[in-house]
Each structure stands twice: as structure tokens, then as C-alpha cells.
Design a binder for this molecule. Structure first.
Ligand code: SF4
Ligand code: SF4
Length: 168
């Protein structure tokens, strides 16, 4: 008799577990899905994501903003940045070559913070950075060239605020 009772108890327990499992499935069946079908679907990252470091190029002046002051290279804890510059006929220094080795970069942002010439920036949109060869992670100024889109242009009050901050 005990064996028969145990048999039916096991059947009931199995049925109850089935109901529990189906209730969880049903609960999530009608919820909004968070899974995305990458690469067909791509999630826009927040604007301040640190996806890639870029060298800002001024299209109107047809030149990079970098003046080869070397502050970014000095600030980098991993010595990822190597660059050179020359003084032009107008007496101003301009960058001639810029190399950043992303294979040792830790995206700490010290270089971007150290730059006082609005020449380096993080961008959020370029997050597919995997390569087949490690050497491909050494990027030069042409690979890092980035023209700031108009909707990300600095607000007019920002330079004044920055100057006020520098004087404080
Ligand atoms: S993000 Fe950090 S590690 Fe990478 S280049 Fe800049 S300072 Fe160096
Ligand atoms: S700190 Fe800015 S301006 Fe100076 S070398 Fe680096 S990128 Fe160029």
C-alpha cells in the first residue's frame, strides 16, 4: 500500500513541478524582451561610453586639433601614445604623427583628461574593436581621425566654464 501511495505522490510532485515551470515560462512569454539579435540589431550605447579613443579633426581648418604638446603621452600610465610634431610657419606647433597602441590601452581616460586642446575624445559608436592580429591594434592618426558631428559640438558656454574652472 505504501509503495502505491509513494507512486502517486511522485506523479503529483512531477505534475506540480511541471506547472511551476510552465508558470515561469508563461510569465516571461508576455514580457518585453531584452535580448537583441546582434549583429542584425545593434543597441545604441550611452553617449559617454568609452568605446574608442579618437583624434578630433577640424574639417573647417582642415587639420587635427592636436598641437603635439605631449601631455597625453606623459599622462598615459602604459606609454601607449607616441607622437611627433613640428612648429609651422605661423609659429604654432602641429602634430605630424600620432600612434596609440590599443593592445596595451586600459581606457582609463587619463590622456583625454590631460588634453587641453580638445584634440582627444572617447566615442561611443565604435565598439566593434576586435581584430585578428594584435598589430592591428596599433592605430595612427588616420585610423583615429574623427570629425565631431554637429549635434555633439561643444556648447558655447563650455569654454568659458572651462576657463573659469582653470582660474579657480
Ligand atoms: S586611455 Fe589610458 S591607457 Fe589608454 S592611451 Fe589613454 S592614458 Fe593610456
Ligand atoms: S594632449 Fe592633446 S594636444 Fe597634446 S599631444 Fe595629446 S592629443 Fe595632442
Amino acid at each position: 500500500m505504501g509503495a502505491i501511495l509513494s507512486y502517486f505522490k511522485n506523479i503529483l510532485a512531477g505534475f506540480w513541478n511541471l506547472v511551476l515551470g510552465l508558470s515561469v515560462t508563461t510569465k516571461y512569454l508576455f514580457k518585453k524582451t531584452n535580448t537583441q539579435q546582434y549583429p542584425e540589431e545593434r543597441m545604441p550605447l550611452p553617449a559617454r561610453s568609452r568605446s574608442m579613443i579618437k583624434l578630433i579633426y577640424d574639417g573647417e581648418k582642415d587639420q587635427f586639433n592636436c598641437v603635439a604638446c605631449m601631455m597625453c603621452a606623459k599622462a598615459c600610465p602604459n606609454s601607449c601614445i607616441k607622437l611627433e610634431g613640428v612648429r609651422g610657419p605661423d609659429g604654432k606647433r602641429r602634430m605630424t604623427t600620432f600612434k596609440l597602441d590599443f593592445s596595451t590601452c586600459i581606457f582609463c581616460g587619463y590622456c583625454v583628461e590631460a588634453c587641453g586642446f580638445d584634440a582627444l575624445t572617447f566615442v561611443s559608436e565604435e565598439y566593434e574593436n576586435s581584430v585578428y592580429k594584435r598589430g592591428s591594434l596599433l592605430q595612427d592618426e588616420q585610423a583615429m581621425k574623427w570629425v565631431r558631428p554637429p549635434h555633439l559640438a561643444p556648447k558655447p558656454e563650455e569654454p568659458a566654464a572651462a576657463a573659469a574652472g582653470a582660474q579657480a
